[in-house]
Ligand binder design. Structure first.
Ligand code: GLN
Length: 238
């Protein structure tokens, strides 16, 4: 078995070590004897959605999001097809915002990919700090760090990734964080997210392998003692 991970615009979208999420995925595959390959797509590269089993869209500053936005309309149609065909995506913060229809800043509007029914608007003050959420998809709470000026509003038929235990989440008011739609996870949690949330890593890998090989695949368990300790420690940071 093998998995190919596509990293979209790593030169622009890579805040707070979001690239570490890919390192985490490839390491967890290697530990299980599964091969992996990473393709980095820079601006102007042609993205082939048949080539990858997981896509990562990391966080970015407003300036970088504006630059990436010009590229998105080129991949929008193929990306939609990939998502509707249960392709796996992990999108963090700025990348999460780009999944929706738009990100409106004071003076400008960044058109999004329209993959999920959500939109983001910048408001006064940034939502910054450590965050822990509880998702129905996982036993262990998910922890990370958030720093965003945008407030994200998800459609009423779209499920949030989880409920906020500590921190701000999507908009600082609703009590919800992120989005889970088909095989997309969108979230404000940096960290990077995956090393201290191994259940989330294995969820993405299981979905990607099962889709690729057309059967339910169960991953061998790993010794996650260090990861669990990091998760527990991070949950205590408020
Ligand atoms: N620029 C966006 C915001 O401030 C996203 C920031 C990020 O990716 N951390 O809301």
């Amino acid at each position: 078995m093998n998995i190919t991970i596509g990293h979209l615009y790593p030169d622009l979208l890579n805040l707070y070590g979001d690239r570490g999420n890919i390192r985490c995925l490839t390491k967890r595959l290697e530990w299980r004897g599964i091969e992996s390959n990473v393709i980095e797509y820079k601006l102007n590269d042609k993205v082939d959605f048949n080539e990858c089993d997981i896509f990562l869209l990391g966080g970015g500053s407003d300036r970088e999001q504006k630059l990436v936005c010009r590229e998105l309309f080129k991949i929008k149609k193929d990306f939609k097809k990939y998502v509707e065909d249960m392709g796996v995506v992990i999108a963090i913060c700025g990348g999460y915002q780009l999944l929706g229809s738009y990100y409106k800043m004071n003076d400008e509007k960044v058109e999004g990919l329209e993959l999920v029914d959500l939109y983001t608007e910048q408001k006064e003050g940034r939502l910054i700090g450590n965050i822990t959420i509880k998702s129905d998809l996982f036993d262990t709470p998910i922890t990370g760090f958030e720093n965003h000026g945008g407030r994200t509003y998800i459609g009423k038929d779209v499920k949030a990734l989880g409920k906020v235990i500590t921190g701000y989440g999507n908009d600082g008011e609703s009590g919800y964080e992120g989005v889970a739609y088909k095989n997309i996870i969108g979230t404000y949690l940096h960290g990077p997210l995956l090393p201290k949330n191994p259940e989330v890593s294995d969820y993405l890998l299981t979905k990607a392998l099962s889709r690729k090989y057309g059967k339910d695949i169960t991953l061998d368990p790993l010794d996650d003692t260090a990861e669990k300790r990091a998760n527990a420690y991070s949950q205590k940071l408020v």
